[in-house]
Write a protein that binds this ligand. Structure first.
Ligand code: EPS
Length: 391
């Protein structure tokens, strides 16, 4: 079991709160709730988000592991209250629901969600016992955890950005050729986090069309880490290769059905001479690469180039024009249940993708430079950078 930067989340979508406990945060790391709240707010935005986002104002409360603005080295506990819980106190009561309160069971599983498989796995006749935890609401806690991870990475000049490259089959121009900081700026200013204005307008139109038809849309987002040093991850063992860790982390996000690193599936269609990034001398010393089709990873190890990953998000499972299902109580053919939902959450999923990239990279960073305190990590990192400078 790795002893660096491991975490658990807990909490149901309409329960009292979401919580997370992180073990392995280095002592001395500056931490404030404000660092984390920025990303929690970013996750709530996005054209096509549903009614829940009008209720919540996600903010983190740090319950342990931090004193006077600095991590202690002991477990950091994060809590995000669910404002909506006020409306669910009986439905989600830990004890008995209020006397006379309706015990409305959800028995019509939605194709595409965890509903049916989850109910069969855990023996739940009321699907609410599944959907409360399988909901994308859980990603709120992961974004909070990543706020700590991003803080650590920022101390060493590593930053992460995301942008949306496709929604409902509408994709950005392949000719779009912008610096990453310009992509970051445009994404932050876009309602769908798209850096290509004509595509942005078409994406918004596609979302409006889907909403009008009671349908939902998925899409693709890209996450990029800038400033990673050479040498994070390793080729020596299957579970230390960062391609694998990033793919697992991205595909663990609710509704993600695909992940690619760098050129990804396109690299399967081209000859090696059109894929591999040639190695050139950098006039300023060291090496540079002709391209970055590898997405910053070779042999599962960072090579000093931007680390690039993309994820394919399926359209959300709750359709206002429901698909066919079967009522678990009556075994009658029915329409699937309609739960409150988003029409499209791809922009928000990009923020969750940033979170998972930050968590994987912070973990790998601590594996390589790990120390108990930020000062110790700084010393280890400086010595390594010094050695790299001799190449
Ligand atoms: C979400 C919270 C959920 C959903 C959505 C995203 O809240 P509620 O169920 O109360 O509306 O709005 O989750 C899904 C669409 C899903 O299928 O899981 C959030 O906080 O991101």
């Amino acid at each position: 079991m790795s002893l660096v930067f491991r975490f658990l989340t807990a909490g149901e979508s309409h329960g009292e709160a979401l919580v997370a406990v992180i073990d392995g945060v280095p002592a001395g790391l500056p931490l404030a709730e404000s660092h984390i709240n920025e990303d929690l707010a970013r996750r709530q935005r996005g054209y096509g988000r549903g009614g829940r986002m009008k209720i919540e104002r996600d903010q983190v409360h740090i319950l342990s592991g931090v004193r006077w603005g600095q991590a202690l080295g002991s477990p950091v506990t994060l809590q995000i209250a669910n404002r909506d819980w006020e409306n669910w106190k009986s439905t989600m009561a830990v004890g008995e629901p209020e006397p006379g309160a309706a015990r409305k069971e959800v028995t019509r599983p939605r194709p595409g969600h965890a509903d049916l498989a989850g109910a069969m796995k855990y023996g739940h006749r009321d699907i609410r016992n599944v959907l409360e935890r399988s909901s994308a609401r859980e990603t709120t806690a992961r974004v909070a955890v990543a706020g700590v991870a991003k803080r650590l990475l920022a101390e060493f000049g590593i930053t992460i950005l995301s942008h949306v490259t496709e929604i409902g089959g509408v994709h950005i121009s392949p000719e779009l050729d912008l610096a990453w900081e310009e992509i970051r700026r445009r994404a932050e200013a876009s309602e769908v986090r798209c850096a290509d204005p004509p595509a942005e307008a078409a994406m918004i139109g596609a979302i409006d069309d889907a909403r009008a038809k009671g349908d939902t849309l998925g899409g693709v987002f890209e996450v990029v880490a800038l400033g990673c040093p050479v040498g994070l991850g390793s080729y020596v063992q299957w579970d230390r290769r960062l391609d694998g860790r990033l793919a697992q982390a991205f595909c663990s996000i609710q509704a993600i059905k695909g992940c690619e690193l760098g050129l990804g599936f396109e690299s399967a269609r081209r000859p090696g001479s059109a894929v591999h990034d040639e190695i050139l001398l950098d006039p300023g010393g060291g090496f540079r690469r002709s391209t970055n089709n590898a997405g910053g990873l070779e042999g599962g190890v960072t090579n000093g180039q931007p680390v690039i990953a993309r994820a394919a998000m399926k359209p959300l499972s709750t359709l206002r024009t429901p698909l066919r299902s079967v009522d678990l109580a009556t075994k009658e053919p029915v329409e699937a249940v309609v739960e409150r939902s988003d029409v499209c959450a791809v922009p928000a999923a990009g923020i969750v993708g940033e979170a998972m990239m930050a968590i994987v990279l912070a973990h790998a960073f601590l594996e390589k430079f790990g120390g108990d305190s930020l000062d110790e990590i700084r010393r280890n990192h400086a010595a390594y950078q010094d050695a790299l400078g001799k190449w």
